[in-house]
Every structure is written in C-alpha cells, then in structure tokens.
Design a protein. Structure first.
Length: 364
C-alpha cells in the first residue's frame, strides 16, 4: 500500500525543519508519496487565506499530514480569521483531530540542557493527552460587546465560552486510558473543578469512564497544582489528560523539561487514525533562514506518524534510535548546545540523522 502524506511547511522555520523530516523519511525507502501545499502566512501571501481550499482538500485526502509551523508578527494586524494560526485550528476542526499526544522525554545527553536540575528530570518520560477541538478555543458565543450586567455594565467587554459535550470528553478519556494501560497504569486528569462547571463535568465523566479500566489508577489535580508539580517532581507523572486550554499551557511547560521545545514532537489524531504531526514549538520567525533551527522535534513527529497512522513500528523505532544516536555522538543545534559538544545547523542535524552509520539510508 502506498501512503499519501500532505506536507505543509508553513512559516518561519517550518520549511527548514520539514525538509529534514522528509529527507529522513525518504532515507527509509518506504512506500510513501509526498505532496506539498502552502499553509499559514505563506498561504495568505499566495492565496489570500491561511487555509486555502486546495490545501484543505489535500489534507483531507491524505493518510497523514506532516505540518511545520505557522505564524509571524507581521500578520498580527490582520482580521483574526485571516491570521496564520487559524490554519491549524481549521485543520483540527475540518479533520476531526480531537486527540493530541505529546510525549516529553528527556534524553540522558540533554540532562544539563534542561531548565531544571538533572536529578529532578533525569529519566523523565511522560505523555500529555490534550483534547483539541473543544473548550474555550472553539466555544460559542464569543466576541466583543457592551457588558449587559455586573459592576461594569455598559462598558466594552470581550467574552468567550468554555464548553464541552459528553461525547468530546468520553472519546478523549478512552484515548488517555488506553495510553495509560499500555504504560504504567496511572492516569492523571487535570482540571479546575473547584471553580469551573465545565471542569466538574469533565471530572465526573473521567470517573465514570474509569469503571471500564480497573487496571488504570485514575487521579485528579487542579491545573495550577499540575503546573507546579511539572517543575517540582515531573517524574511522578506518567500520562496526563486535560482539556484544550490547560493542555496548551502544560504541554509547552513540559517541553522545557526536555532541554528545549525543539525536542518535543506531537501527534493529533482523529477517529479514523488520520493524523497531523507537528513539533510543539512555533515558527520562530526571528531565526528563520539561518540554518540554526532544531529539526529533531519535527523528525520525531515523523516517527510518530509512522507509528500511529501507518502502523509502521519498526521504521518509527529506527528514526527514534537515530535521534538518540546523534545526541550520543555529541551533535547539538544551538538551542541544546553546551561546551564539549559539536554545534551543527539544521541541515547538518538532518544529515546526521539519516547517515548510514546510524541505521538509515543515505540523505537525498
């Protein structure tokens, strides 16, 4: 079977890091076809919209999407629906990508690059499962209006709506419980049930779903405490499930535990197994085009694509082994560099990942 991958590089460093991930995939000589299309600011420049119809159709017809990053300060003055970031929200909604899996693994060689002491983070291996298509990011109504009540009645105000339907919570719960079942058997659900009705609803459903998973120990934590525990004792956490807003914040916090946000891959899945695979970091327009961006999160996202959308476990493990090997050999991009290691650029790191001496084919 030939798998079709939609390649959406996006903005900033997106094109540089996606190029390296595609080179690594091609080095494996798998039966995969790649087709590229613009997205984000690049698509706004070419098509007048961050998610053109041709890009959306390509994504819908693909077996998986390899996504770079979107965003640039020069687009901040555009109407919200035309800003680059709306592309990723549109893809999630159109494709039903409701489950985001973000592993945070600290490689031994990067223990000193973490913002925390090595003894706190050494051996870290946690998974954050984030719901992607609900919560306050998509809740309606929203907008600007005159306040109709309260102490500031009559003043201009902005408002958003936090909401979750039962189906949304139950399906992300099943993903999280299944993941915990395959790992340590422990699942932490993060919410703010002490002040938010939506969170109490979330917690009630998590408890109800836990009855189908007697082998998984479910616990709960408020999001403010979870943010603190991530930096105090992160190794005590294994699988964390939470909503869209809280997951957005916690997953970025977890990224810094790994030494750099450039090390954190991400998979966003729908119910058919179709997925969008992207690094957790942004487009970093300030360093774009300088050959200094870290492509490893993008390359590790490609490994997740092979595992979750194509069921290709062996080549996925080969990519992950290649990343471990280049780190063990001392290769570092600027964000994870320390004295005694070899600083390399984006392309050189891609070269190192797909050289024959660490198990993959030659770079193309």
């Amino acid at each position: 079977m030939t798998y079709k991958v939609a390649v959406l590089p996006g903005d900033g460093i997106g094109s540089e890091i996606v190029e390296q991930a595609v080179r690594v995939l091609k080095a494996l000589e798998l039966d995969i076809e790649f087709e590229e299309a613009p997205v984000g600011g690049a698509a706004y420049e070419s098509d007048g919209h961050p998610l053109p119809e041709r890009t959306l159709e390509l994504a819908k017809n693909a077996d998986a999407i390899l996504f770079g990053a979107v965003g640039d300060w020069k687009y901040d003055s555009l109407e919200r629906h035309l800003r680059p970031e709306q592309a990723i929200l549109g893809l999630r909604k159109a494709l039903g990508l409701f489950a985001n899996l973000r592993p945070a693994i600290l490689y031994p060689e990067l223990a000193n690059a973490s913002s925390l002491k090595p003894e706190i983070v050494s051996g870290l291996d946690l998974l954050i499962v984030r719901e992607l298509t609900g919560d306050i990011y998509f809740g309606m109504p929203r907008g600007l209006r005159k306040a109709v009540d309260g102490p500031y009645e009559g003043e201009d105000e902005g408002f958003d709506t936090m909401r979750y339907a039962e189906t949304e919570v139950r399906r992300i719960a099943k993903i999280a419980f299944d993941a915990a079942k395959k790992r340590s058997g422990k699942l932490l659900s993060v919410d703010k049930a002490n002040v938010l009705e939506t969170s109490q609803f979330w917690r009630n459903i998590m408890i109800d779903e836990s009855r189908d998973y007697p082998e998984v120990e479910l616990s709960h934590m408020y999001v403010d405490n979870a943010a603190m525990q991530l930096v105090r004792a992160p190794k005590e956490l294994d699988v964390v499930v939470t909503g869209n807003l809280f997951g957005d914040i916690l997953s970025d916090e977890a990224a810094m535990l790994t030494g750099s946000i450039g090390m954190l891959p991400s998979a966003s899945l729908n119910e058919k197994g179709q997925g969008l695979y992207e690094p957790s970091h942004g487009s970093a327009p300030d360093i774009a085009g300088q050959d200094i961006a870290n492509p490893l999160a993008q390359i590790l996202s490609a490994a997740m694509m092979l595992r979750y959308s194509f069921n290709m476990e062996e080549p996925a493990q080969r990519i992950e082994a290649a990343v471990r090997n280049v780190l063990a050999q001392g290769y570092r991009t600027a964000d994870i560099y320390e004295e005694g290691t070899q600083k390399v650029g984006t392309k050189a790191m891609g070269d190192a990942c797909c050289t024959r001496r660490i198990g993959l084919g030659a770079c193309s």
